[in-house]
Design a protein around this ligand. Structure first.
Ligand code: SF4
Ligand code: SF4
Length: 61
């Protein structure tokens, strides 16, 4: 299983992670991305690749 986190301090609210995650792990809240369904993450690393501010961290548990 994978643990995804978003650093709210550096997130720019571009929504790239929201729009590109194949299983909709993220949602927007107050113009920041938040992890809404971390348990269904497939570990594809797309969110890490598309984030322009390196705000997404992916860790295999
Ligand atoms: S690693 Fe893939 S499945 Fe997991 S949150 Fe990122 S984009 Fe979604
Ligand atoms: S891709 Fe990065 S900067 Fe853009 S909303 Fe997601 S976490 Fe924030």
């Amino acid at each position: 299983m994978f643990m995804v986190t978003v650093n709210a301090d550096t997130c720019e609210g571009c929504e790239e992670c929201v729009n590109n995650c194949p299983v909709s792990v993220f949602e927007m809240q107050d113009s920041k991305a938040v992890v809404a369904q971390g348990d269904i993450c497939e570990g594809c690393e797309t969110c890490v690749s598309v984030c322009p501010s390196t705000s997404v961290t992916l860790q295999e548990m």
